[in-house]
Ligand binder design. Structure first.
Ligand SMILES: [Ca+2]
Ligand SMILES: [Ca+2]
Length: 89
């Protein structure tokens, strides 16, 4: 089983390896360009971060649960940035 730390670590590796900045990563995965990541968009991110398909849905839900401050079910840039800041500590 992947722990939260392992998953966040994989996300950080994905961002640092393939993107110039967390901003670029956020824009890349925000496919419809509405400035927020939906569960489906987060699942794509998790796929690129090589998170197993079996747990991607659950992990995406947990991430939204954990970081969606305004409760709209989506992860905005400021909410995403909070997660990144937590990862990079
Ligand atoms: Ca979006
Ligand atoms: Ca939100």
């Amino acid at each position: 089983m992947s722990t939260k730390e392992t998953i966040l670590n994989k996300i950080q590796i994905l961002i640092t390896k393939h993107f110039d900045s967390p901003e670029n990563a956020f824009q890349f995965f925000d496919e419809n360009g509405n400035g927020k990541l939906s569960k489906k968009e987060i699942q794509n991110l998790l796929k690129e971060a090589e998170i197993s398909g079996f747990i991607r849905g659950v992990v995406a839900s947990k991430l939204i649960e954990g970081y969606d401050k305004d409760g709209d079910g989506l992860v905005s840039w400021s909410e995403f940035k909070f997660a990144i800041d937590e990862i990079s500590k």
